[in-house]
Structure formats: structure tokens, C-alpha cells
Design a protein around this ligand. Structure first.
Ligand code: EPU
Length: 337
């Protein structure tokens, strides 16, 4: 398919922000990335658009990753290795693995976006991160003009972080992920670390849940707390949960005894950005067309007709309110382009 001119990106970003791509190409095969026509231009790689803040028109070539495919790539005594194309819908892929009898991704049900985008910010929820089940990925390296394979160590995963963000590849389009392979251990263990999930299962009287029952519980919790982007445009959590030193957390807790604190393996403390935002008065509050969701203050929502500038205005106001009340800096989670 040839490069198209001036495509409206509103339907391709889940915050439903307006903006046109100067040039656009939808890719359905990894081999298409080798086309010399794509090499020279300034690029942006688009997946499901569910972690994106569009600031208006973009004078770039937007490559929309729509590569399909999912298969059992191999197995050994310990695990199944499942490969999926970058363009596969994440949630549909997770449900498909469960239907095949390959559990392990159930805690990540209903996360919007594509398989190819999942490793970039190391998506995570309900006690699991994609890095916990990641094996390798294939990508097209525009600099070397070659296909590369990266393993788990090479991806340098962190909390909502990876090599792709550390190198700025998610912004400059130098690397396009084409497929991801997951390692799903055959000795399956339920991951019930997260209290909301345990409560949901207990309420349904399920003591020894199956993978599908965990998936159903995750979906129920998510539907209760998080707005469906198709109904209320959003990009999930809008800020990272801030990591602070143990001393800083202790000082804050002295003046705010209810402050939720999650100790991390490196000794730092993760704070709940949603709690900070709610306490700063922003839960359910809006500035023009953009506000923080009434049931979960960490979700920024477009109530209709918002632009990227409206999003930035609300973001800045929320950051200022939290800084003023707690002295904590909130860092935005999505990609701004
Ligand atoms: N809280 C409030 N008020 C709010 C929201 C939250 O007081 O308005 C409190 C909750 O009561 C709880 C704490 O803050 O004590 C944490 O809230 P929650 O369990 O809802 O999770 P979160 O920290 O807000 C994170 C992820 C989500 C993920 C959930 C479940 C980040 C930035 N967000 O949210 O991920 O689904 O945990 O694991 O780490 C995403 O990244 O887009 C996303 C949705």
C-alpha cells in the first residue's frame, strides 16, 4: 500500500485528540519496513494509540503497525513460547492464549493497545508486568537497515520502562517492533498479590481460581474502576506512581497518616498517584473539556472536543496541585507527540 497524505489521526488515538499525519502508511508485514521509501523520512511508529497525547498535526510519516499473526513458536519441558504480530490487539491475544490452554497472561486482561506496544512501556497490572512473561522481540532497525532480535536482558525493563523509552526510540521511530514472543511456564501459579483481585474472587466465592476465572475477575475490577476508552476517551493511568526515598515517604506519612506506601526491592517507596491527586482535590474535577475521572483520579479523561493543549493545561494544573500539597513531582506516563 502506498504512503497516503494527510490522514486524520483522531480515530487512532484513544484520547480522541485531533491531529493529522502529514504522511501515513499502514504496515501488515514485517518485510514492508525494508521499503527504501520509509527510510529517509522523519517517522513515528503508531500502535493502538492508547498511550499517546497528540499535540496537533504531525509533520512526519506515521507507520501504523498492523502486522497480524499468533502461533505456538515452540515448547520445552518448562514452558510454551507464543509469538504474536505487533499489530494484534493485546486483550484479544491474551484471551486467545487462555482459550488454547496456555495461561500466564490473565492478569493483563483488558489492557488497551497492541502486542507490539506492550514491551515499550512494560505494561503491567494486578501484580504482573509483561516483562515477567517476555521472551524475545523482533524489530526492524532503521539505522542498520536490518531485523534485530532482543531478549529480556537487552530490553532493560523497569516500571513502565524499557530500552525503547531509555533510547527515545518510542519518539524518533528508529526501531519498529514487528513481533513479540512470550514464555508461559507450564507450571502455572495464580498471581493473587493484588488485594482488589483477591476481594473480587472472594466475593464470587472462588477459593482456587482457574486462569479464566482470574481473567474474568481482572476484567470485572477494571470495568468497575477504569473508563472504557471507546465511551470516555482516555489513556489509562496518566501519571506514573512516583518513587521516593524511604525518608521522604516517612516524612510525608507523618503529616498524612493514610498515605498508601508500597516498598520496592531497591528500598525506595512507590506512592499512589491516584491517592495524591484525589487528596489534592482533583478527583472528578475538570478544567474545560479535560478532567480527572470521578472513579479513579489517576485517569485523565476527554469529556468531548478536547485538544492536546487542553490536556496539557489540565496535566499542569494537577501536577501543580500535588506539588503544592505534597512536594511530589508527578511524571506523565503517555507519549507526547
Ligand atoms: N487511590 C485513591 N484515589 C483514587 C485512585 C486510587 O485513593 O482516585 C488509591 C487506591 O485506593 C489505592 C491506591 O491509590 O490505595 C492505588 O490505586 P489502584 O489500585 O487503583 O492502582 P493505581 O496505582 O492507581 C496502577 C497502575 C494501573 C493498573 C493498576 C492495577 C500505574 C501508573 N498504574 O494504578 O495501570 O491497572 O495499578 O494494577 O502504575 C496504566 O498504567 O494505564 C494502568 C491503568
Amino acid at each position: 500500500m502506498p504512503v497516503a497524505a494527510a490522514i486524520d489521526l483522531t480515530p487512532f488515538n484513544t484520547l480522541a485528540l485531533p491531529g493529522k499525519a502529514a504522511r501515513y502508511r499502514r504496515l501488515t508485514e514485517a518485510g514492508q519496513l525494508a521499503d527504501p521509501a520509509l527510510a529517509e523520512d522523519k517517522r513515528f511508529i503508531l500502535g493502538g494509540g492508547s498511550n499517546l497525547v497528540l499535540n496537533g498535526d504531525i509533520d512526519r510519516l506515521v507507520l501504523h503497525m498492523a502486522i497480524p499473526g499468533k502461533r505456538l513458536a515452540g515448547e520445552d519441558d518448562d514452558a510454551w513460547y507464543i509469538e504474536a504480530g505487533a499489530g494484534e490487539n493485546w486483550h484479544d491475544f491474551v484471551q486467545w492464549t487462555l482459550a488454547q490452554g496456555w495461561p500466564g497472561l490473565e492478569n493483563l486482561s483488558l489492557i488497551p493497545g497492541t502486542v507490539g506496544a506492550a514491551p515499550i512501556q512494560n505494561i503491567g497490572a494486578y501484580g504482573l508486568e509483561v516483562s515477567d512473561r517476555f521472551h524475545t522481540l523482533s524489530a526492524w532497525d532503521f539505522n542498520r537497515r536490518a531485523e534485530v532480535t532482543l531478549d529480556r536482558a537487552a530490553c532493560r525493563f523497569g516500571y513502565r520502562d524499557s530500552l525503547f523509552k531509555q533510547q527515545g526510540w518510542h519518539l524518533d521511530g528508529q526501531m519498529a517492533i514487528t513481533a513479540v514472543t512470550f514464555r508461559l511456564p507450564k507450571r502455572w501459579q495464580p498471581n493473587l498479590d493484588y488485594a482488589d483481585l483477591r476481594d473480587q474472587l472472594a466475593a464470587a466465592d472462588i477459593a482456587a481460581p482457574s486462569p479464566s476465572q482470574i481473567a474474568a475477575a481482572v476484567m470485572a475490577v477494571r470495568r468497575r474502576k477504569l473508563p472504557d476508552p471507546a465511551v470516555i476517551p482516555n489513556v489509562g493511568s496518566f501519571f506514573h506512581n512516583p518513587l521516593v526515598s524511604a525518608a521522604a515517604a516517612a516524612a510525608l506519612r507523618a503529616s498524612h497518616p493514610a498515605l498508601p506506601c508500597y516498598p520496592q526491592p531497591d528500598g525506595r517507596i512507590k506512592l499512589a498517584a491516584g491517592w495524591l491527586i484525589e487528596q489534592a482535590g482533583w478527583k472528578g474535577r475538570r478544567l474545560g473539556p479535560v478532567g480527572m475521572y470521578e472513579k479513579q483520579a489517576l485517569i485523565l479523561v476527554n469529556h468531548g472536543g478536547a485538544t492536546g493543549a487542553d490536556v496539557r493545561r489540565t496535566m499542569t494544573a494537577v501536577q501543580a496541585a500535588v506539588r503544592e500539597k505534597f512536594g511530589v513531582e508527578l511524571q506523565a506516563e503517555p507519549v507526547f507527540i
